[in-house]
Design a protein around this ligand. Structure first.
Ligand code: G1P
Length: 297
């Protein structure tokens, strides 16, 4: 069986939920304190042993390429300033992974983005990681998914439990448990209404696909929102091949909308020794001021 060597990262989306901030700045470059979201995703892949990272990017996303490139001027400046530690960190990022960039010329949907990577992926199994979700111990989750792929030789997706009112934000799966923690997908639906959802198990943005998904993506008609949906192509794939699922039970950090992004930044800040104490004090003071102002009739 072929091993998983490549990952596709679709990063060409408009980031409309964050406009106007995303007019000139990719949402994937938004910082979680001082590290861009996309770097978390790439580090997760590297820790899971995947070095070939194919970014499906667009003309408005150049900062992502710059981030993983060498910046000689900055390196020289840091060297002259004697900032050894940050210099080491900056150099590591430049040599992180083997980045490959493919342009998605029109944003026709997530499924279309994945299909754009076909000439680079070739006819082999591959991973897809979405750029707006950070998983707690994400590399562990990827390794578990790769193990399931190695056992069954078929596509594997990661699912997580969401509240019933959240189902319309995600692709939702109907599953059957075949052994402890391993499921087989029976059906999928992209962003259903709560009353139409077959379960509360949502696709969490990590997928392993057999190359047959490309054939199915070519047949997929525009679906939800008029876009070529990856979930719809997976439904077509189900007619021919089994798709397995892995239930992710760790913490999911969504960064894809302003409120969840802020929550993520806050949670990460509370884990940082240099920030946590002062931030907590600041929040407590801000909250007490808010309560006082609410009390005033
Ligand atoms: C995409 C997928 C959806 C999945 C979600 C995970 O939606 O289409 O199936 O559950 O990512 O974040 P998006 O968030 O890009 O609208």
């Amino acid at each position: 069986m072929e091993t998983i060597r490549k990952a596709v990262l679709p990063v060409a989306g408009w980031g409309t939920r964050f406009l106007p901030a995303t007019k000139a700045m990719p949402k994937e470059m938004f910082p979680i304190i001082d590290k861009p979201v996309i770097q978390f995703i790439v580090e997760e892949l590297l820790e899971a042993g995947i070095e070939n990272v194919i970014f499906v990017t667009g003309r408005h996303k150049r900062p992502i390429e710059h981030h993983f490139d060498i910046n000689t001027d900055l390196e020289r400046h840091l060297e002259e300033a004697g900032k050894e530690e940050i210099l080491k960190n900056i150099r590591e990022i430049s040599h992180m992974a083997n980045p490959i960039y493919v342009r998605q010329k029109e944003q026709l949907g997530l499924g279309h983005a994945v299909l754009t990577a076909e000439p680079v992926v070739g006819y082999e199994p591959f991973l897809v990681s979405l750029g707006d979700i950070i998983l707690e111990n994400g590399s562990g989750a990827l390794k578990d998914m790769i193990d399931i792929y190695n056992r069954f030789g078929k596509s594997v997706i990661a699912l997580f439990e969401v509240a019933p009112e959240e189902v319309s934000k995600y692709g939702i799966a109907k599953v059957k448990e075949i052994e402890d923690g391993v499921y087989i997908i029976e059906d999928l639906v992209e962003k259903p209404l709560p009353e139409e959802a077959p379960s509360n198990l949502a696709i969490v943005g990590r997928y392993i696909f057999t190359p047959k998904i490309f054939d199915k993506l070519k047949e997929t008609k525009p679906g939800k929102g008029g876009e070529i949906q990856l979930t719809d192509a997976m439904r077509l794939l189900l007619e021919e091949e089994a798709i397995y699922a892995y239930k992710f039970s760790g913490k999911v950090y969504d960064t894809g909308n302003p409120l969840d992004y802020l929550k993520t930044v806050f949670e990460f800040a509370l884990k940082r020794e240099d920030i946590a104490e002062e931030l907590t004090q600041f929040i407590q003071e801000a909250l007490s001021k808010r309560t006082q102002s609410i009390d005033i009739p």
